[in-house]
Design a protein around this ligand. Structure first.
Ligand SMILES: *Cc1c(COP(=O)(O)O)cnc(C)c1O
Length: 315
């Protein structure tokens, strides 16, 4: 099977991370409760001090902890639709009220937490910096803004610098996408030290395993060049894929991440036929759209031929 459904790094993981996990001895000891080595490595990578960084079991773990830290059951979490599909799930399991807002109207949201995904999963667009600033300025006392930058390394842009000026901004990131380590479950967030301390408390001790920490530290120290090279390859593959789809008369959206959102008639049927042909893409039944991860050329060729066959058999 060719998996182009998860937006992970289709080239794999940095060799430095693979080498680091071949030594299993750290598994015999507890890691530090708040992953101190990992936070030190993230500090060098991001330029923020360790007390402005928290980590977790994937950025999913960080988002879930942040939601519980900042909102009580019955309070609202606002987000535009479509966005990262886990957000309504986290809202529900934490008994928050989902407040779905039209894109561009987020600053008007009346909610304890406002969530923005940039680049947005699944559509691939980057939120304008001025819009994030407007959103931050519109918040009342105690209200929090979370910007999910899971794809920041592909986009090459970020609003993380705003955490220095806005004490209610939390920016989440992950080792699962450009760094290619989704199976190790390592995510992090950057924010003002008081905000971070509140998330740490809810997240609890030992959320990142010793082996995951070891591999992530290696990726962040000796794997950054590899990551940058492969993020650039993914961006080139994405641009190639967008043109190839447009040449077919299709209308993929522009994307700043390593995936392409493709509204297409019969998306669900097309996705299931592609699946039968061994190619997995994500489909969004209510939007009649596919989301396809960009990857090495042979995978793109195989995917396009499965897509062409599937569309032909739909005619
Ligand atoms: C993949 C993804 C995540 C979750 O990644 P983790 O593996 O939990 O770190 C978070 N947000 C968005 C928008 C994603 O696409």
């Amino acid at each position: 099977m060719i998996n182009l459904a998860d937006n992970t790094n289709a080239w794999g993981m940095p060799p430095a991370a693979r080498a680091a996990i071949s030594d299993l001895s750290s598994a015999a000891c507890y890691p530090t409760p708040q992953a101190d080595e990992l936070r030190a490595a993230l500090s060098s990578y991001t330029g923020f001090p360790p007390e402005m960084i928290t980590t977790g079991c994937g950025s999913d773990g960080v988002l879930d902890a942040a939601i519980r830290a900042f909102a009580a059951p019955g309070e609202g979490i606002a987000f535009a639709s479509p966005t990262f599909q886990m957000i309504p799930v986290f809202a529900e399991i934490n008994r928050l009220v989902p407040v779905v807002i039209a894109p561009g109207e987020l600053a008007r949201a009346d909610a304890q937490i406002a969530y923005v995904c940039s680049p947005n999963n699944p559509t691939g667009g980057v939120a304008a910096r001025e819009d994030i600033i407007e959103l931050l300025r519109s918040r009342r006392r105690g209200e929090i803004v979370i910007v999910d930058e899971a794809y920041a390394e592909f986009a090459g842009t970020s609003v993380v610098d705003l955490v220095r000026d806005y004490e209610r901004l939390l920016v989440t990131r992950t080792m699962s996408k450009a760094f290619g380590l989704p199976g190790l479950r390592v995510g992090y967030a950057i924010g003002n030290a008081d905000l971070i301390a509140r998330v740490q408390q809810v997240r609890g001790p030992y959320a990142v395993s010793a082996l995951s920490e070891q591999a992530a530290v290696a990726a962040l120290t000796d794997g950054v060049d590899w990551m940058r090279e492969h993020a650039a390859l993914a961006n080139a593959a994405r641009d190639w894929l967008i043109s190839a789809l447009r040449e077919r008369g299709l209308q993929p959206l522009d994307s700043a991440a390593n995936f392409v959102f493709l509204p297409v008639d019969g998306a669900e049927v097309i996705a299931s036929r592609m699946f039968m042909a061994g190619v997995v893409v994500r489909y969004f039944p209510e939007l009649s759209a596919l989301r396809i991860t960009a990857g090495p050329q042979p995978l793109m060729d195989a995917m396009l031929s499965a897509l062409d066959d599937a569309r032909r058999s739909c005619e």
